[in-house]
Design a protein around this ligand. Sequence first.
Ligand SMILES: NC(=O)c1ccc[n+]([C@@H]2O[C@H](COP(=O)([O-])OP(=O)(O)OC[C@H]3O[C@@H](n4cnc5c(N)ncnc54)[C@H](OP(=O)(O)O)[C@@H]3O)[C@@H](O)[C@H]2O)c1
Length: 311
Amino acid sequence: MAPDSSTLSSICVGIVCIVTVRKVLPWLYTNIIGPIFLGSRIDFRRFGAWAVVTGATDGIGKAYAKALAKKGLNVVLISRSLSKLAAVAKEITDAHNVQIKIIDIDFTDGPQIYQKIEKNITGLDIGVLVNNVGISYLYPEFFIEYITRYPQFLRDIISVNIHSVTNMCGLVLPNMIAKKKGVIINVSSFFAVIASPLLSVYSGTKAFVDKFSEDLQTEYQSQGIIVQSLRPCIVATNMHKLKPNLFAPSAEVYVDSALKTVGIAGKTNGYFPHALLALFAYLSGNYIIKIVHFKVLLRIKSLLSKSEKEI
Ligand SMILES: NC(=O)c1ccc[n+]([C@@H]2O[C@H](COP(=O)([O-])OP(=O)(O)OC[C@H]3O[C@@H](n4cnc5c(N)ncnc54)[C@H](OP(=O)(O)O)[C@@H]3O)[C@@H](O)[C@H]2O)c1
């Protein structure tokens, strides 16, 4: 027997209510009501006197280092280039009355780098860790072509994007757990969750960061630890060499917004226009995004791989 129209309309109302409670309300809270209207309720200094930021000499990492120093935290800056580290340290100490420690290491080097980091951060009261360092393809490319041409570079992407995150968490978490407080911000990417053909290894590493963060949060939230996975879309940094605009903000604008989501959203795009793009992608369905994004990335590949060959 077919259901009558009142049963059907009750089922429809039920579905709308479930979608609203499960999807719409959390989206509104984590993207608008929480960060924009309530603002972050987090006093970062409450977690410890020091923050550690990886990839801290440019882009999003540098913006985090500056923003956390502005909030009164001492900052450990970690990156490859000693001269860039010294310049960022000076820029921060000229502007804020905080201490800065610099550690020059290359995350593509072997596991011994973590002993050097450990030696340098032992004894510091670390409240915040920003696992920001990350590298991507030189240009979008099919996996086999890329691994044939740049096998070491693909291994480096995995070392920088994945091993840094797991090892840095391994270094700072024991003390955070002992004092029952700490904030870990892991910079993933929107590409972790949407179809990203021709960037498969990069997007795979970012999906790792996203999933690792979610499960780490479940393991340690009862111990007072906040773990956030940040999924930026496009931020105007060296990675893209774009001029800032509404949908590709400067790193400073992006981080200012993302910091307001800590403690409010476990997984977030960190910036309202990026959340709108994510919502659009979600509503369009992965199938359509896959086709469109593949076409866009094929076009970028043909432009960039040509210029890369000319270099
Ligand atoms: N920009 C975006 O649109 C975007 C979008 C989604 C996700 N993300 C993610 O956001 C994070 C930061 O990206 P970004 O755009 O700010 O990058 P960026 O401007 O290229 O800066 C990268 C930083 O990482 C350091 N770094 C690079 N390779 C390193 C290595 N092997 N060892 C140590 N340090 C290294 C660089 O410093 P030195 O050169 O001094 O070493 C620099 O401080 C990455 O994880 C990226 O995947 C970015």
